[in-house]
Design a protein around this ligand. Structure first.
Ligand code: NI
Length: 271
């Protein structure tokens, strides 16, 4: 599968959970912008077969290089790694995983039963792992029970291993002076931004500024045909700065900023 083809397929799945994304895409294109993806992000659990490093190895096989640093999010009980493509116009790949053993036993058993009961995950991961349902639909009651313990666990259990967000590369845009101007444009057009920790996370000194929309509720079907509206995905915006004294843009991530970006799918946002 061509990489561009893979990301197109990811986009088709993603827009079903993110009605704002195609709208934003169109708003930007109508201004004459051409949108490039800074990075894509996936969520998973630290269980055998689907851990972040196992999923990451799928990207290593197609030319991505793993950046050695492990990113830690102790407050969220997450770890993450990211991967860069030698062709820097290809999106960076960011994969986080929930440290399942750090949660109450009943949540652990729930996640284990979902993952271990999956026939789809009996083979080593491939690009298709990100494009197909990972397991059978979960029970709505379970989603409601465990959501308060871990929004991340509930999101990943409901949607499976699939793309959590695309990210517009601010650097590829021509008509905005700064990220603030892009945010204002989006808000003027009726979009709602994640304001947890301020709309813009990070500073020019940290070499990365990020903002994101707030995820919206989308209808979702659970086991037995039960349905409910639950929080879907969000769209992110990233502005990267040159590493001082070089011609290279900073390609990493700032855990403190990403920590708040994770909250873009929270039903009740912490202000
Ligand atoms: Ni991101």
């Amino acid at each position: 599968m061509q990489l561009s083809n893979f990301f197109e397929k990811c986009w088709s799945r993603y827009v079903k959970l993110t009605p704002d994304a195609p709208k934003i895409h169109k708003l930007l294109e109508d201004r004459g912008e051409r949108v490039i993806n800074d990075h894509v992000a996936f969520r998973t659990f630290n269980l055998p077969g689907i851990s972040r490093l196992e999923l990451g190895s799928v990207f290593e096989q197609i030319g991505y290089k793993k950046v050695p640093e492990d990113l830690d999010f102790p407050e969220k009980k997450l770890k993450a790694n990211y991967y860069l493509h030698p062709d820097l116009t290809q999106p960076k790949v960011f994969i986080s995983e929930l440290l399942v053993e750090k949660f109450p036993k009943d949540l652990q058993s729930w996640i284990h039963s979902i993952v271990e009961g999956s026939r789809q995950l009996s083979k080593p991961p491939t690009l298709n792992t990100f494009l197909e349902p990972s397991w059978d639909p979960i029970r709505l009651e379970d989603y409601q029970t465990f959501y308060p313990m871990s929004e991340y666990a509930a999101w990943t259990a409901a949607f499976g291993i699939q793309l959590n967000h695309f990210t517009v590369s601010f650097n590829s845009l021509k008509t905005f002076q700064d990220l603030q101007a892009l945010n204002s444009f989006l808000k003027t057009n009726g979009l709602v931004l994640n304001s947890a920790g301020g709309e813009i996370k990070g500073t020019p000194e940290e070499l990365l500024e990020q903002s994101s929309t707030e995820a919206r509720k989308i209808p979702w079907t659970f086991s037995g045909g039960a349905s409910d509206s639950i929080m879907g995905c969000y769209y992110e915006f990233a502005r990267r700065y040159l590493i001082p004294g070089t011609q290279n843009f900073f390609n990493g991530f700032i855990p403190k900023s990403a920590n708040k970006i994770f909250e873009s799918t929270y039903e009740k946002q912490k202000k």
